[in-house]
Design a protein around this ligand. Structure first.
Ligand code: UGA
Length: 455
């Protein structure tokens, strides 16, 4: 079978596959961050023999105890089960991966300092460190988000070892990572021109026990592009609704009702149309920037120039929240107390990478506002980056004496705050709902001045 250039979407009846009888696959997962740790634990849950390798000894130690070094619902339980079953272990030494038949690359590709491009040094370092483990019959599978063209370059690099390379992008969301890995809505294989059947067979054996889902088998470049295209589309959808929020603010319209109305059109859909303080995290912002950098290198920069606008609209929303706070406090805003509810880039995560919530807190603090910030899980990570901020453990402590309350991460605990009880804690009952997630009539009825985003 030749696969290059062919994209076939087929329904795979997983439970009926031939390889249900195939033995457990010996797997290594290189890089045990949000992606790799979840992938390793999930592969062990599917019955494979898995070793996770990471150069960070503290991370490996924590994972070996069954404790995820970050907050991800359900992951500790999955780790514990894999470790107890003897299906999962973690190591700092690449030699631990020597016996694996399939090596997943799950290292980070963060934004380079001073450039829009991705820092690919971890990917290349991982592949080089893996080289002694590679031989004919072994498959290296890229999961990291990379600039298109990387898989072809890596295939060439490992070529002399006789090992094969496939690209298998990951679409998991933080906060739902376990579910997304064990119940994916699609699987993409980027297969080599030569050795496609072998590579596919091994990947099929790895994923045989997953529930039925569409499988798209294609070439390297398409598989790499699928990932950045998906994240670019999601970012564009969010920035589209945030652009509508800007217009709604100018005319006194309500962007939430607008989103509900256009979202009823199934061609548009309501998901990812929540206007607010915008997107952040370790993926969407850096992926749209790296895509632009790569497109420029390929001479097709104009095709994705709109992503620059997507980024700009997104960042303007953070400024808007800061502006609303300053307008509310008046010209003598310095030294006035503001409660910031939320630091993580989204709920169910302790990740503060490029977090709009943390950015708002830092900007306000930088302007001399007396910021008191809180988050159910992200305080330690926020403090490491910005020790200058004042943190408190609970919303109640943050609200005490506040002259403005700013909600920037829509944790259930904040959405469910009792507005009457909250009003008794603050000095002035003004709330800026940076995620448009509060029950507006209830807050107004409890005496609050409510300010939303684009409404
Ligand atoms: C994103 C993608 O959703 C995943 O499919 C992808 O696998 C992942 O990146 C990745 O590349 O690894 P994630 O970063 O976990 O996942 O977060 P999202 O759920 O996509 O949310 C991103 C940001 O958009 C958050 O800050 C969220 O608050 C914001 N958002 C989301 C909005 O502002 N409005 C919305 O309507 C939806």
């Amino acid at each position: 079978m030749t696969v290059r250039g062919i994209s076939d979407a087929v329904r795979v009846p997983a439970r009926a596959r031939l390889w249900d009888s195939v033995d457990a696959v010996r797997i290594s997962v290189i890089g045990c961050g949000y992606l790799g740790a979840v992938h390793a634990a999930a592969m062990a849950a599917l019955g494979h023999d898995v070793v996770g390798v990471d150069v960070d000894a503290a991370k490996v130690e924590s994972l070996s105890r069954g404790e995820a070094p970050f907050f991800e619902p359900g992951l500790d339980e999955l780790l514990a089960a894999g470790l107890a079953a003897g299906k999962l272990r973690f190591a700092t030494d690449f030699a631990a991966a020597a016996a694996a038949q399939v090596h997943f690359l799950a290292v980070g590709t963060p934004q380079l300092k001073g450039s829009r491009g991705a820092d690919m040094s971890f990917v290349y370092a991982a592949v080089d460190a893996l080289a002694p483990c590679l031989r004919p019959g072994v498959l290296v599978v890229g999961k990291s988000t990379v600039p298109v063209g990387t898989a072809a370059a890596l295939a060439e690099r490992i070529g002399p070892t006789g090992a094969l390379l496939a690209w298998n992008p990951e679409f998991l969301r933080e906060g739902f990572a376990v579910k997304d890995t064990l119940e994916p809505d699609r699987i993409v294989y980027g297969l080599p021109g030569v050795g496609a059947d072998q590579a596919r067979e091994l990947l099929d054996a790895v994923y045989a026990k997953l529930p039925e889902c569409p499988l798209i088998a294609t070439d390297y470049a398409t598989a790499e592009l699928v990932k950045v295209a998906a994240n670019s589309f999601l970012a564009t959808k969010i920035s589209f609704i945030n652009a509508m929020a800007e217009v709604a603010e100018a005319v006194g319209a309500d962007v939430t009702q607008l989103a509900d109305a256009i979202g009823h059109d199934p061609r548009i859909g309501r998901r990812f149309l929540n206007a607010g303080v915008g997107f952040g995290g370790g993926c969407l912002p850096k992926d749209i920037r790296a895509f632009q950098a790569r497109a420029d290198e390929l001479g097709v920069g104009r095709a994705v120039e709109f992503l620059d606008q997507v980024d700009a609209i997104n960042l303007r929303r953070r400024e808007r929240v800061v502006e609303l706070v300053l307008e509310t406090l008046g010209p003598e805003y310095q030294g006035h107390r503001v409660a910031v509810l939320g630091l993580a880039f989204k709920p169910e995560s302790d990740d503060v990478r490029d977090s709009p919530a943390l950015d708002v807190a830092v900007r306000l603090h930088g302007l001399g506002v007396d910021v008191v910030a809180t988050d159910p899980h992200a305080i330690d990570n926020a403090r490491r980056l910005h020790p200058q901020l004042a943190f408190v453990a609970t919303a109640e402590e943050a609200l005490a004496g506040a002259e403005v309350v700013v909600l920037v991460t829509e944790w259930a605990a904040y959405r469910g705050l009792d507005p009457a009880a909250a009003a008794k804690l603050v000095a002035v009952p003004v709330v800026i709902d940076g995620r448009n997630c509060l029950d507006v009539p209830a807050w107004r009825a409890a005496g609050w001045r409510y300010l939303g985003m684009g409404r």
